[in-house]
Each structure stands twice: as structure tokens, then as C-alpha cells.
Design a binder for this molecule. Sequence first.
Ligand code: G
Ligand code: G
Ligand code: MN
Ligand code: NA
Length: 251
Amino acid sequence: GQSASTFGFDENFGKLDLYYQTIHRASDGYKPSGAEALIRWHHPRHGFLAPDEFIPLAEEGGLLELLGRWVLREACSAAASWSPDTFVAVNVSPSQLRVPGFEDVVETVLLETGLPPSRLELEVTESALIEDSRDIAGALRRLRARGVQVSLDDFGTGYSSLSHLMHFGIDRIKIDRSFVALLGARADGAALVSGLLSLARTLSISTTAEGVETEAQRDFLVALGCTDLQGFLFSKPMPLGELQARSEFSQ
Ligand code: G
Ligand code: G
Ligand code: MN
Ligand code: NA
């Protein structure tokens, strides 16, 4: 899948598009190590709509599973043509994880696109791990056994984070940008982020800090052992064509 495709219904609906934001490895001179796929809706009258505005609607209407499959297929198909040492991170909502065939969908998409499982990272939220935790944990465990990476998104904004890290096998946590924004803004912000990072290090879990906007934030995070960084300092979410103009993501 070398060219971007869109998920459109009709001229009134507009189309959905996947954007990508680069993720940079601290130990490698901030070279891009992967990219997160982020959905965008170009509405003919309302312009760009953010996922926060329409994901809940898609969920209510039972469309999210279909949408999720499209996102997964698009993202894996794109990543299959990138440099073999990169990965693609795909957001997966709790309702997608709850569908019994979710693992098979992932497996099929990987087979069809030829993307090695280790190059796919599924971003799940803490809320997904709370509800129906047994089923979801089982699915995630089996996917991880096949080599798929699992990260905990928006870490720190949900409930009982520590126990989730202990009970669910997780490869990475993504430190929510609200915490990164505290750095330099509040005296206790640094202590909080430092605690999160040292917890992750103790559990041998990788960390991606989100919403990194300044060099000061970057340097602080890296000094405390944060392994990967994402944010406007490095790049904004961009269309696939723009991402693939960069050498790591070129075809
Ligand atoms: O890109 P933006 O900041 O607007 O994204 C807002 C939120 O929408 C993010 O937290 C992200 O988790 C979620 N999101 C973005 N793309 C997808 C997607 O393809 N599927 C799901 N389920 N959530 C997404
Ligand atoms: O929740 P999730 O992390 O999946 O979504 C990431 C969202 O955060 C994207 O919609 C993206 O546009 C936004 N974002 C990414 N980098 C930055 C940043 O450095 N600063 C701010 N304010 N928002 C960002
Ligand atoms: Mn995310
Ligand atoms: Na996030």
C-alpha cells in the first residue's frame, strides 16, 4: 500500500485521512524511530474535525470497529514500506479491543500488508484495561506473544496506573502531554514526571513523552531516562506524503 487512500462516504460527509506524527529516539540523536497514526476528518462544511469530536459519535453509531480496521490497515500498509527499523503506533479504543475477533483482524492485516508484528505498536488506554479487563488482557497477551508491541496511552490520566503496569504486560508507556506541560510550569511537575519515569525504568518499560514543545522539556526528560519523544518540537502530525519525504519513511 504505497499511496494514501481515504475513507469517504459521500460529498456531504467528506473524508477521513490518516496523519502521522514522528516519534524520536533519545539514544539515537533524536532520529525518528517511528510514527503515530492520527485520524483526521475533512468535513466539507466544518473543515478539519479532531478525533475527540467524532470518535465518540462513531463509537455510539457502531462505526468505530469498521473505522478502526481501516486505520489499522492503512497504517500497517504505509509502514511496510518504511525503513525496517521503524514502527507505526496505532490508537485502539476500548470498544475495538472488546470485539472478540480483534486479534484475528490484527493478524490478518499484518499478513496482508507484510508488516512484521514487532513494527506495530498498539496504543491502548488505561480505561480499556479496567473494563472487561480479563478479555482484553487475554487478547493483548496473545498479540504480544506474536510480537506486537503494546503501549499505554495518556498514562497518568486514568485510574490505578501502578497496578495496571504490574498486571498487564506492557512494552511502553506514553506520558501524557499534560504532565510534560507541567515541566517548568509547576515546581512539583518535575517531581511527578521524574517519578513516572523511574517507575517505568524499574519495570523495564520504554517511555514516550508526548507533547514535547521545548528543548528544555526534551533535555529534562532525557536526563531522567525517557527513551523516546514526540511533540511539536520535532514535528506536527502530517499527511503520509509529507512523512514519506523523510529518509526513514521513504519507500
Ligand atoms: O490528533 P489529536 O490530538 O486530535 O488526537 C486526539 C485523540 O484522538 C488522541 O488522544 C488519540 O488517542 C485519538 N485518536 C487519534 N486517531 C485515532 C484513531 O485512529 N483511533 C482511535 N481509536 N483514536 C484515535
Ligand atoms: O492522545 P494522543 O496522544 O493519542 O493524541 C496526540 C494528540 O496531541 C494529537 O492530536 C496531536 O495533534 C497533539 N499533539 C501532538 N504533539 C503536540 C504538542 O507538542 N503539543 C500539543 N499541544 N499538542 C500536541
Ligand atoms: Mn496516542
Ligand atoms: Na496520548
